[in-house]
Design a protein. Structure first.
Length: 86
């Protein structure tokens, strides 16, 4: 299924944000492993949260690709809303 322009932009945005979260999680984990303070555990909890959010965004991007989520706005740069198609 070919994506329309708004859906392609939405998918690209979701994948980009997911990628940023993944990169941030990797960097935070690297920093956390060098710490020997209570902050280490807080950073590792943040890493877990980022990892879960990255997986959710990747799932939503796949849903857009499959046509199960469509963009209801033609201007994703100014705020994208999504709706689920049944």
């Amino acid at each position: 299924m070919s994506l329309g322009k708004p859906e392609a932009a939405l998918k690209r945005d979701l994948e980009g944000i997911a990628s940023d979260l993944k990169w941030s999680a990797v960097e935070l984990k690297r920093i956390a492993h060098r710490l020997e303070t209570p902050d280490r555990e807080a950073l590792l909890r943040m890493v877990e949260t980022f990892t879960q959010c990255e997986a959710r965004l990747s799932y939503h991007a796949e849903e857009v690709r499959a046509g199960r989520i469509v963009s209801s706005s033609g201007a994703p740069a100014q705020g994208t809303s999504v709706s689920l198609e049944e």
